[in-house]
Design a protein around this ligand. Structure first.
Ligand code: UDP
Length: 259
């Protein structure tokens, strides 16, 4: 992946004293934030000294939340919900409250690693198959020399080992905990261990480490711009068909809600 430039200020600054503005899509709140605003908010979360939970919302998750009450409840626990997918951007237009840009998990992790090379952020990569988080960390260190990835751990352990893994992570006091174990396992881990790990920001990031480690390639930029990244992902991993199948349902539900 290309090196990411720091997003350019100025952007409309959000008042830290006010609630973050949001749009409701199929009953789910999604915050109206740009990448610059998101990075500012995350920095504030870290400096607060309290743990925060971040979700990146996409279309398949929005459909899943319609019928899965446990999954829906996660959104009520989140301190920040960013618009991860082009489907969410499209829906926000239908609701008459257009969101500005995608703020995806993979891009957030990249920006935080870049910022960590020149600042003080401590980052932990948890998840994916054995060796993948390590390879992802190594590729970030090459891209952003000096970035402080203070630990990695694979994502194939049983829920009964959550506490042990959480203690291991807590020992290296990360500011950012990125968890790539798939939805909803990653979010359940974060909430179950938040009070032990106390990372300023904990966020589920799905297949991000597979991308960083080179196991999975990101769609070429023109394809991302054409909003066809989902098709690229499907071609790379046909198991994603279950998620892709939810997209027409997302469109149907949004059209019904906004007609
Ligand atoms: N994974 C994991 N533990 C598990 C199941 C999955 O660490 O018990 C990892 C898997 O190797 C992959 C990531 O979780 O790296 C999930 O990626 P996916 O693209 O499926 O994420 P999502 O579609 O949930 O964004």
């Amino acid at each position: 992946m290309e090196g990411m430039d720091a997003p350019q200020k100025p952007d409309v600054a959000l008042n830290p004293e006010s609630p973050i503005p949001s749009v409701e899509i199929l009953g789910l709140p999604v915050h109206r934030v740009t990448m610059v605003q998101t990075l500012d908010i995350l920095d504030r979360f870290v400096k607060s000294g309290r743990p925060h939970f971040v979700i990146t919302a996409d279309a398949s998750g929005a459909v899943q939340a319609q019928t899965d009450a446990d999954f829906r409840a996660l959104f009520d626990r989140a301190d920040l919900i960013t618009p991860d997918s082009s489907g969410i951007l499209w829906a926000s237009k239908r609701y008459g409250k257009p969101l500005t840009e995608r703020v995806s998990g993979v891009d957030i992790v990249d920006h935080i690693c870049r910022a960590s090379a020149t600042g003080s952020y401590r980052v932990f990569f948890l998840g994916a198959a054995p060796g993948v988080a390590d390879a992802a960390a190594e590729s970030m260190r090459q891209k952003y020399p000096g970035c402080q990835i203070v630990g990695t751990h694979d994502g194939f352990f049983k829920p009964e080992d959550d506490l042990r893994v959480a203690q291991e992570i807590a020992a290296v006091t990360p500011d950012f905990l990125f968890v790539a174990m798939g939805i909803p396992r990653q979010e359940k881990f974060i909430l179950a261990t938040q009070s032990i790990i106390r990372a300023g920001v904990a966020m589920g990031v799905g297949g991000t480490f597979d991308v960083f480690s080179g196991n999975v390639k990101r769609a070429p930029v023109p394809m991302q711009k054409m909003r066809m990244e989902w098709l690229w992902r499907l071609a790379q991993n046909p198991k994603k068909i279950d998620k892709v199948k939810l997209l027409p349902e997302f469109v149907r539900l949004v059209l019904k809600a906004t007609k």
